[in-house]
Design a binder for this molecule. Structure first.
Ligand SMILES: CC(C)(COP(=O)(O)OP(=O)(O)OC[C@H]1O[C@@H](n2cnc3c(N)ncnc32)[C@H](O)[C@@H]1OP(=O)(O)O)[C@@H](O)C(=O)NCCC(=O)NCCS
Length: 183
């Protein structure tokens, strides 16, 4: 099992087929899905397919979202990290996107910020990226706060066009970016 990053309270590691129960707890919750497409998982089988899909991205793209484990409990608490978005979104294609999602009982403890910060640092230091993007629903104030706390800059609000598979056409989203200064 590959561990990518360790922070004070978290382990960010590859997602495993054994995370299926944790993923189902996370993804079957309508509140978790409020700002991410409102299509909660209906079966654990769906979550197993998601895990497979992420693991395929590790191979085909060299990166994908990581499982987040709380050190204190050894529990799977959600996912966080970078992925390459191969679809065209807001006129960008094949870009590094930062994202995160946590089970409700772990909200409000700073875990999103801690994991997102560590993921950004990994992108900058290990992957030598020049820019990293993120997007959120405009109403998702908690997520916007996380992005701002880790130093990402709000660029604009845009409308999904084309057909990003996870969104409805015409829906609004905010677009954030971090530009890594070249020394
Ligand atoms: C968004 C999410 C990842 C935040 O996780 P978290 O671990 O609670 O985030 P953190 O504790 O690191 O930070 C949240 C910040 O937002 C603030 N916040 C939370 N709800 C807020 C609200 N409704 N309005 C304004 N700020 C809010 C918190 O106070 C905190 O800021 P602070 O540290 O200055 O107090 C979590 O709620 C989640 O998983 N939601 C469902 C999936 C999702 O929406 N993912 C993001 C998609 S873009």
């Amino acid at each position: 099992m590959k561990i990518f990053v360790e922070t004070d309270r978290l382990i960010l590691r590859e997602i495993l087929s054994s995370d299926d129960q944790g993923m189902f707890e996370l993804d079957s919750d309508p509140e978790v899905h409020k700002y991410v497409g409102q299509n909660p998982a209906k079966s654990i089988e769906e979550c197993r397919k998601t895990i497979e899909y992420v693991r395929e991205q590790y191979i085909s793209n060299g990166i994908g979202r990581w499982a987040v484990v709380e050190k204190a409990s050894n529990n799977f608490i959600g996912w966080s990290g970078l992925k390459i978005l191969t679809e065209t979104v807001n006129k960008h294609t094949n870009f590094y996107d930062l994202g995160y999602r946590f089970s409700k009982k772990y909200w409000g403890k700073g875990f999103a910020t801690e994991s997102a910060q560590a993921s950004l640092e990994y992108g900058i230091e290990k992957l030598k990226l020049k820019e990293i993007f993120a997007m959120t629903d405009p109403q998702n104030l908690a997520s916007r706060k996380v992005l701002e706390k880790i130093g990402m800059k709000y660029i604009e609000t845009f409308e999904y066009d084309g057909k990003p598979s996870w969104r409805k056409e015409g829906e609004l989203a905010t677009w954030y970016k971090i530009i890594i200064p070249t020394l």
